[in-house]
Design a protein. Structure first.
Length: 534
């Protein structure tokens, strides 16, 4: 089966698109000259993706390799298994032109490839269920790393209102999940920096030991930015915040810098002569070398301290929010939460901890999303358990410890129990030995669907100022079991009888797997109920 037919619009000759894959189920591509149609043969290997030559065009914004009219002698010898069947394109290997790319649904992706191979403009992707507001800036690992690189600096170089970071007075922030004995290794602080004119700025600081950072960065590189764990991923958090700060401001609090704070004994010491911030690989190589020399230090994320979480906000505003005639305020807050998640998904990111504790609100009722330690991409070209590689796929995770207990969806509870039964601590390592597609499928869940479920729980909590069940695990929670047997119709609960009918319908769409897996948040945001009187 042809995976993709790529035709030159003017010469009517085929051009090539090969998707880049990773993981242990990687792809070995072979060109076959059959009726001028491109075929691919997939072979499962344990060696990871084969290296491409510099003649290949890797667009870092789409994770897609493109090349056109390449003479077969320009391709690496070890890439093609049988050179006698290679397609000889002839012509000018550097000449590229407008493309009409037809996928299996006969939908067209129109693009312009320039001679510098550094951009693909005006691309319209047919993603599953969600449309992207700016496909040129859709999140991916390479683009995210570029954004992070711009934010890096030494702590002793960073000043706010003339005050250097190293002399800031930091106040420790503790939460129920970050007390002594917690498995988390990061520390959180806040500070206020005054200015000469009497104003000032409140900042949020997250400090991560460089030992944890280096370990996670190596794994993120190995898995091409798709390393997932049942814990916080600090590298992904810094990359996601940097990306959103540059391309989608207004989703997360403003990011000011990501700092490297060396051990006090190394401040002012001799670092390598080259600029250690020239790329992330160099930076992390320096950190690795210094760790081997017993150096300690931190990676520090410095961002805006934005308002308060809606959990605390509603506690303060409870009388106003829940008095007669105040339903409009709650409805507006629901819509703002929906819009926040919609924008994040359109940027190409999933959050996986979308809870009332991580949604922030300001005095002006603007909202932001924080804590991206469990975030993942929304889309991928990398295989998990899918034979069909005709197009981009929705990202799926095998790390089910998402969010907080009340917000975890049923599919994640099922996977948590399965991993406990099999004594699986590191899912990605465990799955390396499994190549059967159907068996692998049972270890993954769709990340965007999980976010939607969490949004549904947020809706219930805001409207009711309470939850309706303790855990979405039928074997644990009898109330949830009965609700599930009632086809997740909210009228099952007495306290929901007087809720707006359309609100209950919206919540059901967010909770019920049969609905949410195909639910488009862009469409949901246009539901007439949001603009109707209440």
């Amino acid at each position: 089966m042809p995976i993709l037919v790529v035709m030159d619009k003017w010469t009517n000759k085929p051009l090539n698109i090969i998707y880049e894959h990773s993981r242990n189920l990687s792809e070995y591509e072979k060109l076959l000259n059959t009726s001028n149609i491109l075929f691919i043969r997939s072979i499962f290997t344990n060696k990871g993706i084969k290296k491409k030559s510099n003649n290949w065009l890797l667009n870092k914004k789409t994770n897609m390799c493109l090349f056109g009219r390449l003479n077969k002698n320009n391709c690496e010898d070890n890439f093609f298994e049988d050179r006698t069947n290679d397609t000889d394109w002839g012509g000018d290997k550097h000449r590229f032109c407008k493309l009409n790319i037809m996928n299996k649904e006969n939908e067209y992706i129109n693009g312009i490839i320039d001679n510098n191979w550094d951009s693909i403009k005006y691309m319209n992707y047919a993603h599953n269920n969600e449309s992207c507001s700016d496909s040129n800036n859709l999140y991916n690992w390479e683009l995210g790393k570029q954004c992070l690189l711009k934010m890096l600096d030494f702590s002793y170089n960073f000043c706010v209102y003339g005050m250097n970071y190293d002399v800031w007075e930091l106040k420790r922030i503790t939460t129920n999940n970050c007390e002594i004995g917690s498995s988390r290794v990061h520390k959180m602080y806040e500070t206020f920096i005054s200015s000469k004119n009497g104003n000032g700025i409140r900042l949020f600081i997250k400090k991560i030991p460089i030992s944890a950072w280096v370990k996670q960065y190596k794994l993120m590189n190995e898995y091409e930015g798709e390393y997932i764990i049942n814990a916080e991923n600090y590298v992904m958090e810094a990359v996601a915040l940097s990306f959103l700060n540059e391309y989608y401001p207004g989703i997360a609090p403003k990011l000011y810098r990501v700092l490297f704070q060396p051990d006090v004994h190394y401040i002012g010491g001799e670092f390598p002569q080259e600029n250690i911030f020239q790329d992330l690989d160099t930076f992390n190589s320096v950190l690795t070398n210094e760790l081997e020399s017993n150096m300690n230090g931190y990676i520090i994320i410095v961002s805006e301290y934005f308002g308060e979480n809606i959990n605390e906000y509603i506690k303060r505003q409870r009388k106003k929010m829940f008095s007669i005639g105040r339903k409009k305020k709650k409805k507006k807050l629901l819509y703002n939460c929906l819009n926040l998640l919609r924008k994040l998904h359109n940027a190409g990111l999933s959050h996986l901890d979308f809870t009332s504790h991580n949604i922030l609100i300001s005095d002006k009722h603007e909202i932001r999303l924080c804590d991206f330690g469990k975030a993942t991409p929304m889309y991928t070209y990398n295989l998990r358990h899918i034979n069909n590689i005709n197009c981009i796929h929705s990202f799926e995770s095998c790390a089910p410890c998402v969010g907080k207990i009340r917000f975890i969806p049923p599919e994640c509870w099922e996977l948590i129990k399965k991993q406990e039964e099999l004594d699986i601590t590191y899912p990605l390592e465990y799955l390396k030995s499994i190549t059967d597609q159907e068996e692998r499928k049972t270890f993954y869940f769709n990340v965007s669907s999980v976010d939607k479920y969490m949004l549904g729980i947020v809706f219930i909590w805001i409207w009711n100022y309470n939850f309706l069940w303790k855990r979405s695990d039928p074997s644990y929670d009898l109330q949830y079991l009965k609700f599930e047997q009632f086809d997740m119709i909210l009228d099952f609960f007495k306290k929901t009888k007087r809720w707006p009918k359309e609100l209950k319908n919206i919540i059901k769409q967010l909770l019920h797997m049969d609905y949410r897996k195909n639910l488009n948040l862009n469409d949901l945001s246009k539901n007439p109920w949001w603009s109707s009187n209440i």
